[in-house]
Ligand binder design. Structure first.
Ligand SMILES: Cc1cc2nc3c(=O)[nH]c(=O)nc-3n(C[C@H](O)[C@H](O)[C@H](O)COP(=O)(O)OP(=O)(O)OC[C@H]3O[C@@H](n4cnc5c(N)ncnc54)[C@H](O)[C@@H]3O)c2cc1C
Length: 507
């Protein structure tokens, strides 16, 4: 399946999920009821507010009809549902500034939203927050092909940017399964990781500069394209990964590396996780700088994707699978290097069997197995608990058998897959139906163990709405206190994405 076909498929799949869920009685329960949250003391949107928004934007960019607003209230995984009555679609930074200034003065809470592909419930309102969706802020402003700096508006879709820079011999430094829908502003706001992080690093490095609007409407212009700029505090980092709680990102300058001339993918089976680790270690030493992704999928992950997404596994049944991708500059040299590596691993018995793909369609067919695991998991679970944690390599997979043992017959299945190359594992726990007690049990067990294993409760998806009460497992009180001080400084009325990221303080 080609890249485009696969994305069309994913989009079709999302529509299918929507239809099934909306048509049945299974429209997601209101987040506030499901998670027992108390509304904070914000003002409520009045007709006069709606009229004012219409005067700031235009009538057609202020949505108030229930049917129009509903999709913006429900998250990608169909687990959260907010109660917003108004969705705004600004077209410029000036419009966002005017909207935020007004909301701040009126103490109306807002929820900044990009492509709404976030997986921690951060992208949709909890109560009646005004949704500010950036989909119409989608202009590419400039691409400097020599330095590789791309400047664009925050609502540009990642895949659109990828296609654009590709025409100029460049590549986006990040790649996500959601690239057909997610926005670069959403990527920056979540500090998205993805498959290529092992080669191109994270967004704190790739983002050269940005423009953001504070809660009070003040525009913060840090839209630099310089690689080196040590003048004062590096404010861009405040907005990278702060999940819409410190400001709305409106423009992004990002460094795009040179498009690799040679891309290869090896896909192979391994018997034990210890052997996966050994192969990883040797891959880094033998293939060095060309390794761009090292993804691990356990047997259950692959079985789920084969069964639910109508895909074919080119290999027999093995306990673990690895997808190893290389990005380099010489196809013959890279293919030969990768073939030599894989053959040696097979000969020495560490790898059971494997294949190498160099053609785009074949590469994508292998990536489809990995990228469709999140969607596949949703298909046969009444409720799918998904988590994104990071662990030191040696402890990486321990959590899966541990959860299977502790949760045993209470759940349908537990499986793990993820970016082993950067220590990030995604854990899926499938339940027959949503059950608050069960959810709390799973989370408590998982995050306690993550802390014991020196990991982080969020590797790349963020904290969002789901994880504030567990953030203490990964952040010291002293760090949390500084975060609260920053929030107070940037957004004294707390209007930006409330109920997300920082836990409530106990009075
Ligand atoms: C199939 C699939 C695969 C995925 N794979 C990965 C992966 O490999 N790695 C990864 O890191 N994530 C992954 N994700 C999660 C998600 O795609 C990323 O978190 C992405 O960066 C979210 O971008 P978005 O535009 O959809 O943001 P949204 O989901 O709309 O928002 C996410 C958060 O950012 C805030 N936000 C959005 N835009 C702005 C803005 N302009 N200014 C301020 N705040 C804003 C929102 O308030 C929210 O808190 C995946 C999701 C799916 C569905």
């Amino acid at each position: 399946m080609s890249l485009h076909a696969s994305l069309r498929f994913l989009t079709k799949y999302k529509v299918l999920i929507c239809n099934v869920r909306y048509a049945s009685q299974a429209m997601p329960q209101l987040s506030s009821e499901k998670y027992n949250v108390k509304r904070k003391d914000f003002a409520k949107v009045q007709n006069s507010d709606v009229n004012h928004f219409k005067s700031l934007l235009s009538e057609d960019r202020v949505l108030t009809e229930d049917g129009d607003v509903l999709p913006f209230n429900i998250d990608w995984i169909k687990n959260c549902r907010g109660q917003s009555k108004v969705v705004l679609k600004p077209k410029s930074t000036a419009e966002i500034s005017a909207v935020l200034k007004y909301c701040n003065d009126r103490k109306l809470a807002v929820c900044p939203q990009g492509g709404n592909t976030g997986l921690v419930g951060g992208s949709v309102p909890v109560f009646d927050e005004v949704v500010i969706n950036l989909m119409l802020m989608n202009k590419i402003i400039n691409l400097d092909c020599i330095s590789g700096s791309l400047v664009c508006e925050a609502g540009c879709i990642l895949e659109t940017l990828e296609n654009h820079v590709k025409e100029h011999g460049l590549i986006m430094p990040l790649d996500l399964g959601s690239k057909g829908s997610c926005h670069i502003g959403g990527n920056v706001s979540t500090n998205a990781g993805g498959q290529r992080l092992v080669k191109y690093g994270n967004l704190h490095g790739s983002v050269l500069g940005l423009e953001a609007v504070k809660a009070n409407g003040i525009i913060v212009d840090c839209l630099k394209t310089l690689k080196k700029d040590n003048t004062g505090y590096h404010l861009k980092h405040l907005f990278i990964g702060s999940e819409g709680t410190l400001g709305v990102v409106t423009k992004v300058a990002i460094h795009c590396p040179v498009l690799p001339k040679a891309i290869n993918v090896a896909y192979f089976g391994v018997n034990t996780f210890d052997e996966v680790l050994q192969v990883f270690k040797r891959a880094k030493s033998s293939l060095g700088e060309i390794v761009s992704a090292f993804e691990m999928m356990d047997n259950y992950s692959i079985k789920t994707v084969i069964k639910n997404m109508n895909l074919t596994n080119p290999l027999p049944d093995y306990p673990f699978y690895v997808l190893l991708e290389t990005h380099g500059s010489d196809i013959e040299h890279d293919t030969e290097k990768l073939t030599r590596f894989l053959s040696k691993e097979i000969d020495e018995g560490q790898v059971l069997n494997g294949i190498i793909a160099s053609e785009t369609a074949k590469i994508q067919a292998i990536w489809n197995l990995r990228e469709n695991i999140p969607a596949a998991g949703l298909r046969d679970a009444g409720y799918l608990f998904t988590s994104d944690i990071s662990l030191p390599a040696a402890n990486y997979y321990q959590i899966v058998p541990m959860l299977r043992e502790r949760l045993s017959s209470k759940v349908k299945s537990v499986y793990g897959f993820g970016h082993l190359g950067d220590g990030n594992i995604h854990i899926n726990v499938a339940l027959s139906e949503f059950n608050e007690e069960m959810l709390s049990l799973i989370e408590n067990i998982m995050y306690e163990e993550v802390a014991k294993l020196n990991g982080s409760i969020s590797a790349e998806h963020g904290v969002g709405f789901y994880k504030p009460k567990y953030i203490h497992y990964s952040q010291d009180d002293s760090a949390l206190q500084v975060m609260r001080e920053l929030k107070q400084l940037m957004d004294p009325n707390g209007i930006l994405n409330p109920y997300k990221v920082l836990p409530e303080t106990k009075n």
